[in-house]
Design a protein. Structure first.
Length: 322
């Protein structure tokens, strides 16, 4: 408990920035377990060489000691001087394996080997080499737990190249924030019926099923782009988008119309999860739709920008971040 509080206090004191260059002030080094074992071995060899006056023992002892010292210098230099740049993070879905991309830039004329990045406190490392006077990109994975707008997790970079006797690391706190969408419900029910559009004709408002599915049986001459292949695969019959029905109705995905959840309690997160699944399904079907979250509305439209606007509204709803 005390250790966690100390780590939290220390991490909060780090300056948040999306680009940082590693130097002597923010790069740390300590021996690893093999490094301590090597130190004990060198000490035993030295004592034995002194005790028995073994000239070859002295040679082996100082050869190993020199190798360790050179390895320490190379290990620290592998990480020192690298610039870490955070690539603008893409929105992710809650509960899924998310990732952020980091660009490593080196001005040195030699290749930097064996550099790993991970979320601070995580054991899931991503490893890469940085070319001479070049750059490379690496993805750092983490799990997005909750929806909303959250800071990018604190990252750690380390290397143990070349001998593995020393661990050189740094801790980096990015300033950017990442948007986490709600987790989409796995098997959502059909979306609610569409509401008649204002000014629509009576023929446009009629629907044989009473539900807004936006499809009808395939008619000869219908363009292929209007065929709903997913529904056709399930029903073993071709169906097309009913443009007349779509023009006569407005599909509103309403938080208050998310229905029941069986034996499970209808929590806010479960309702948002169902809305998220409906938004993705409507976007995949290329149907115009609107979103209602109590007093908040996103007007009916279609397209990638509209879908992102709806998902963002779901992510920020009731978080105080909208």
């Amino acid at each position: 408990m005390i250790r966690e509080q100390i780590e939290k206090f220390w991490l909060q004191r780090l300056t948040a920035r999306d680009s940082t260059t590693l130097n002597q002030r923010n790069v740390y080094i300590l021996p690893t377990r093999p490094g301590w074992a090597m130190a004990v071995t060198i000490l035993v060899l030295l004592i034995a060489s002194i005790n028995y006056q073994l000239n070859l023992g002295y040679v082996l002892t100082f050869l190993l000691a020199g190798s360790v010292l050179v390895g320490m210098h190379v290990c620290h230099g592998t990480l020192r001087g690298i610039t870490l740049n955070l690539v603008a993070p893409e929105p992710q879905f809650a509960g899924s394996s998310a990732s952020v991309t980091v660009q490593l830039v080196s001005q040195r004329r030699s290749v930097r080997h064996g550099i790993g990045l991970a979320v601070w406190g995580s054991d899931h490392w991503s490893w890469t080499d940085v070319p001479a006077q070049g750059s490379t990109k690496i993805q750092v994975a983490f799990k997005a737990e909750r929806r909303g707008l959250h800071p990018v997790p604190v990252l750690s970079a380390e290397t143990r190249f070349p001998l593995g006797t020393f661990r050189v690391w740094t801790v980096w706190r990015p300033a950017a924030r990442i948007l986490i969408y709600p987790a989409a419900e796995m098997h959502p029910p059909p979306w609610p019926p569409g509401a008649p559009r204002t000014g629509a004709t009576s023929s446009q408002q009629r629907s044989s099923t009473g539900e807004f599915d936006g499809v009808r049986a395939y008619r000869r001459g219908d363009p292929l782009k209007t065929v709903v292949w997913k529904k056709a695969a399930k029903a073993d019959d071709l169906v097309s988008r009913d443009t007349q029905q779509v023009q006569g109705h407005e599909l509103w995905l309403d938080l208050d119309h998310t229905g029941s959840f069986g034996a499970q309690p209808a929590t806010l997160e479960s309702r948002l999860s169902r809305l998220c699944a409906w938004v993705l399904a409507a976007a995949k079907s290329d149907l115009p739709f609107g979103l209602r979250l109590h007093t908040q509305e996103v007007a009916p439209a279609s397209g990638e920008a509209h879908t992102k606007a709806c998902l963002q509204a779901l992510a920020l709803f009731n978080t105080g971040q909208g």
